[in-house]
Design a protein around this ligand. Structure first.
Ligand code: COA
Length: 372
């Protein structure tokens, strides 16, 4: 069995941002237009009018202040309310692969590696652009990597679940250097016209290099002490988009074919699951939560992270559990990796950290690391 390290991380962030004020302005225009269009039914009492969204609610309920998006005009167009992407020919690099390559090159540079050093590519994200060929294989080719690649989806826990697969592959010797990449084009599956959740997501891509400790050359290395994954079925976060929609003769634009959730239930149910999961994982590795210098948590809701950290260590300061969702919003599986990417440079050799994601499934994944 080989010792395994995370030797590099990378981030691609789109050039466009949407502030809460811009988002709310377009949503409110949409609501007014819909209400005008259905004025007769609303007057007859057969239809509920749409209610305005508010910047104050979004910031207070979630902590989100803005989000990055790959395309802005389509999302903010009240007559459209989703991004506008040009279809690409089969021989062009696909959009998911393009942002994956950008984040991967950043991660490879930080690990002091090139694509040729990689012998497995795991593309792990909450949504894949197509059924096949696997995005990972296209990314593998674009980077000049060897070995194999495959896609995997565990929604918001895709990154940590993929890191465990990468760690196991390296530990047992089936791969030497694995690229885990998380292209999250969440704007494509967000219901931008649903007031309850139109503010939640942002687009981004993260990448992580997992390799054998004896071949790692990066100055910044994190020994993986352990990984732990858990799932428990819940319908509280769900998206029914899928390849059987056509055969079911269902409406491809129906509300259930984009992200939907029972946000309050998710909040209440997932906080204790995540806290117990982290505590149990640390205990089995012989550590108390108080021994952890930093927690890089999933970034869905500021209050949720504070509850998890308070349960674990009492102190929910940003130094213990940094937040990036104010800038990025919820970026599905990429959130905890962005936190790790942005907020680890100040830690010292020997410091312990936990990367932890939680989300749809339900799913929760933790990776315990120590700075080398
Ligand atoms: N603007 C203004 N008011 C809004 C609003 C908006 N955009 N959206 C909802 N509201 C209103 C609701 O109508 C409700 O009003 P009422 O009290 O008069 O009925 C009130 O605000 C509270 O709504 P609720 O949905 O209960 O809000 P919340 O406090 O639970 O916050 C979330 C909503 C989504 C931010 C929060 O539940 C959350 O983040 N949950 C965790 C989600 C999560 O982790 N998901 C994982 C996804 S990968």
């Amino acid at each position: 069995m080989h010792s395994v390290v995370i030797s590099g991380t990378g981030l691609y962030q789109p050039e466009h941002t949407i502030t809460n004020a811009e988002l709310v302005e377009s949503f409110n225009q949409y609501a007014d237009q819909e209400n005008a269009r259905h004025a007769a039914e609303i007057a007859a009492g057969t239809r509920e009018p749409l209610t305005h969204s508010s910047v104050e609610f979004i910031e207070k309920a979630s902590g989100i202040k803005q989000r990055y998006v790959l395309e802005k005009s389509g999302i903010l167009d009240p007559a459209r309310m989703y991004p506008r992407f040009a279809e690409r020919a089969d021989d062009q690099l696909s959009l998911m692969a393009e942002i994956a390559v950008a984040a991967s090159q950043d991660a490879l540079a930080s690990a002091g590696k090139t694509g040729a050093d990689v012998d497995a590519v795991l593309c792990a994200a909450a949504n894949m652009q197509r059924a096949y060929p696997a995005m990972a294989v296209e990314i593998q080719q674009a980077l000049g990597a060897g070995g194999y690649g495959f896609d995997m989806n565990v929604a918001c826990s895709s990154a940590t679940f993929a890191i465990e697969q990468a760690v196991n592959a390296v530990r047992t010797g089936s791969a030497k250097c694995v690229l885990v990449v998380n292209p999250e084009i969440t704007s494509g599956h967000q219901a931008w016209n649903d007031r309850d959740c139109h503010f939640i997501f942002g687009d981004v891509c993260t990448a992580v290099i997992v390799e054998r400790a004896d071949s790692a050359t990066a100055a910044d290395q994190w020994e993986v002490l352990g990984t732990r994954l858990a799932t428990q079925f819940s319908n509280n976060i769900r998206n029914n988009f899928g390849f059987l929609n056509r055969s079911e003769d269902s409406d491809p634009n129906a509300r259930d074919k984009t992200f939907r959730q029972e946000g309050r239930k998710v909040f209440k149910e997932v906080v204790p699951i995540a806290a117990a999961h982290i505590e149990g994982h640390l205990a089995d590795l012989g550590h108390a939560p108080a021994a952890v210098r930093r927690f890089w948590l999933h970034q869905a809701n500021q209050g949720m992270n504070q509850f998890v950290i308070k349960k674990l260590v009492g102190d929910a300061s940003p130094d213990v559990a940094p937040l990036i969702l104010d800038e990025f919003a919820n970026t599905a599986s990429a959130g905890s990796v962005i936190a790790f990417h942005r907020h680890r440079a100040d830690l010292a050799v020997g410091d312990l950290g936990v990367i932890c994601s939680f989300g749809a499934g339900y799913s929760v994944g933790s990776v315990v690391v120590r700075k080398r």
